[in-house]
Design a protein around this ligand. Structure first.
Ligand SMILES: Cc1cc2nc3c(=O)[nH]c(=O)nc-3n(C[C@H](O)[C@H](O)[C@H](O)COP(=O)(O)OP(=O)(O)OC[C@H]3O[C@@H](n4cnc5c(N)ncnc54)[C@H](O)[C@@H]3O)c2cc1C
Length: 407
């Protein structure tokens, strides 16, 4: 850590989610002794969002999981201010404008996360916060028919939870196959089959054009010309990064706040990390924005190092998981950066999909199946990706070859 960063400099973190909070703690772990102020719009200390779409729709009482206590933050000397909205920043004056007045900084971290993409339809619910989850839980407990718009990650999780609570569930997805984007088609087909086996109807290539009140319920009009009588509509159609403050202050913004490998923005006093930031992927060179809890934690540690004069590039392999019914979907790496694919089919009928780049390096692995098997394989695949392994495709496809022997 450079001498100038030993204090009494002031670091302000905007966004008190898991990334911002982890970064505040990591700054202390790295020996930063100046003031740390953590500003958050929500009314509660950071909590894990993944359970909101998994246990929550199915659980009667969903307790929030908080990775840190208020006491731990206070002990670390992190001034947590909740219910404070940051409305802008003045880079010349080095202050952020908040609903509580201006807050000065010497170095600033934007960890503003992302929010649900909205569809411009009435009567549609979205899921991002604990209060969204409470609303959804209440609606699911009333039963009836649920329309889920979007078959990415969150939509199918909500569908599975609601189905397990006895709701009738229809999922519509605009893309011709589901789930979209990050899941290879062969795995996506398995996800759809899993939902079909649980009595969920998945309609791909279909959009919802209107939702209106109708006879005590809702009437959803589909692009196919059909209408569906439903009780609740929820959409999970992706997340949009919170970049408004950065953009208004003239920082470089694309799909996310643009940062370098040290997570610095175009202003040398401002950093960005977590769901809001787009960083260069060390393996592919592509600029990516990863929405994953583990990546948010990894990058919080990287950004704390960078803000205190460290030079550790962010190289952790992105990881993502999803639970649906009794199955687990896990991904390591970035499937979108692959140009070749290899599929390994296990004896139990489940599979693991490998993505390779143009040089034969493993860059991604995705699997749906029983939790322990999937977790073990993806853990080994993560190591292969991290070490830039170029495994023999025939060995990758062969379930008789132990993945760890390909290191
Ligand atoms: C329902 C759901 C399920 C998920 N499931 C998984 C999963 O299974 N696996 C996985 O890896 N990831 C999952 N994720 C994604 C994961 O939760 C996110 O990647 C992670 O929360 C990102 O952390 P973050 O701190 O960057 O952003 P966030 O958690 O969004 O936190 C950012 C915080 O900043 C606050 N903020 C924003 N703007 C301002 C402002 N102007 N002023 C003050 N405060 C502001 C926001 O209110 C928010 O509290 C899921 C997300 C959701 C919503």
């Amino acid at each position: 850590m450079s001498e100038s960063m030993r204090g009494p400099e002031r670091i302000v973190v905007v966004g008190a989610g898991e990334c911002g909070t982890r970064a505040a703690m990591a700054l202390r772990e790295r020996g930063f002794t100046g003031a740390i102020t953590l500003l958050g719009r929500e009314d509660v200390i950071a909590y894990e969002r993944p359970p909101l779409s998994k246990a929550a729709p199915a659980a009667d009482d969903a307790e929030l999981v908080h990775p840190w206590t208020a006491e731990a933050l206070a002990e670390a000397g992190v001034a947590l201010r909740l219910g404070v909205d940051v409305t802008g920043m003045d880079r010349e004056a080095r202050t952020v404008e908040t609903t509580d007045g201006p807050v000065p900084y010497d170095r600033l971290l934007l960890a503003t996360g992302a929010g649900p993409r909205r569809l411009g339809l009435d009567h549609v619910h979205y899921l991002r916060t604990h209060s969204d989850a409470a609303t959804l839980r209440d609606l699911v407990s009333r039963g009836g028919r649920l329309l889920v718009i979007g078959a990415g990650f969150i939509g199918p999780e909500i569908a599975a939870g609601a189905r397990e609570r006895g709701m009738e569930v229809v999922v519509v997805e605009a893309a011709e196959r589901a789930p979209a984007r990050m899941v290879p088609p062969v795995v996506a087909e398995q996800v759809v089959a899993l939902h079909a086996a649980h009595g969920v109807e998945v309609r791909t290539g279909t959009t919802v054009t209107a939702v209106e009140r109708h006879e005590g319920g809702l009437l959803a009009s589909l692009s196919t010309g059909e209408s569906l009588d439903v009780d609740t509509v929820v959409a999970g159609v992706g997340a949009a990064p919170h970049t408004e403050i950065a953009a208004a202050a003239g920082l470089l913004v694309e799909d996310g706040i643009v940062v370098d490998e040290q997570l610095r923005t175009s202003d040398p006093r401002v950093w960005a990390a977590g769901d809001c930031a787009a960083f260069p992927d060390a393996r592919s060179g592509h600029r990516v924005r990863v929405e994953s809890r583990r990546s948010a934690h990894d990058r919080a540690v990287t950004v704390a190092a960078s803000m205190t004069g460290g030079q550790e590039p962010h190289v952790a392999v992105p990881r993502f998981w999803s639970d649906q019914y009794d199955q687990m979907l896990q991904t390591a790496g970035l499937p979108t950066t692959a140009v070749d694919e290899v599929v390994r089919r296990r004896e139990d009928g489940s599979l693991i999909h490998f993505g390779l780049d143009g040089d034969g390096r493993l860059v991604a692995a995705t699997s749906l199946g029983r939790g322990p098997v999937v977790a073990k394989d993806i853990r080994v695949a993560e190591q292969l990706i991290a070490t830039h392994a170029t495994p023999d495709p025939a060995a990758l496809a062969d379930p008789g070859v132990a993945l760890r022997s390909l290191r």
